[in-house]
Design a protein around this ligand. Structure first.
Ligand code: DQA
Length: 145
């Protein structure tokens, strides 16, 4: 069975009430339910973690070698600031797919730069919950290649 680590970054625990004009009313549980359902249909098992702490995310990625076949991450605000998360992804041999609910390129200029994208296999941005499902599909296809 394929094992995939899903990481939700800071403030994604607040989905449902957070900036509903941008992110809609869906909650992190809605996303996780959809991911688990999709993973099951593809024979994959997920470990899903949400953290507001950069160091915790670095630790999770650093310990992923040999434990997970791929990482699916929405680094949230750390996308635009975290050299530490980028370096953690570079340091391990686990293919990583970056996802965003919103289209970061259609928002404020500071969101146009992802420090993560150059070390990710690829990025899905702008499709709400579907970004995660498409990202999961991409992660599975990268593993199977
Ligand atoms: C986000 C986009 C980021 O710019 C923002 O800081 C988030 C969420 C998204 O999923 O659209 O927290 O990663």
């Amino acid at each position: 069975m394929l094992k995939i680590l899903v990481i939700h970054g800071p403030n994604l625990d607040l989905l449902g009430t957070r900036e509903v004009g941008v992110y809609g009313e869906l909650t992190i549980e809605d996303i996780n339910d959809a991911l688990n359902k999709h993973a099951k249909s593809k024979g994959a098992s997920l470990e899903i973690v949400q953290s507001n702490h950069e160091g915790d995310i670095v630790d999770l990625i650093g310990k992923s070698n040999g434990k997970f076949d791929a990482i699916l991450i929405n680094p949230a605000a750390y996308t635009h600031t975290s050299v530490a998360i980028r370096d953690a992804i570079s340091a391990v041999q686990v293919p990583t797919v970056e996802v965003h609910l919103s289209n970061i390129y259609a928002r404020e200029e500071f969101r146009h730069t992802s420090l993560i994208a150059p070390v990710a296999k690829g990025q899905v941005s702008g499709f709400g919950k579907m970004s995660y499902i498409l990202g999961l599909e991409a992660a599975i296809s990268v593993i199977k290649k």
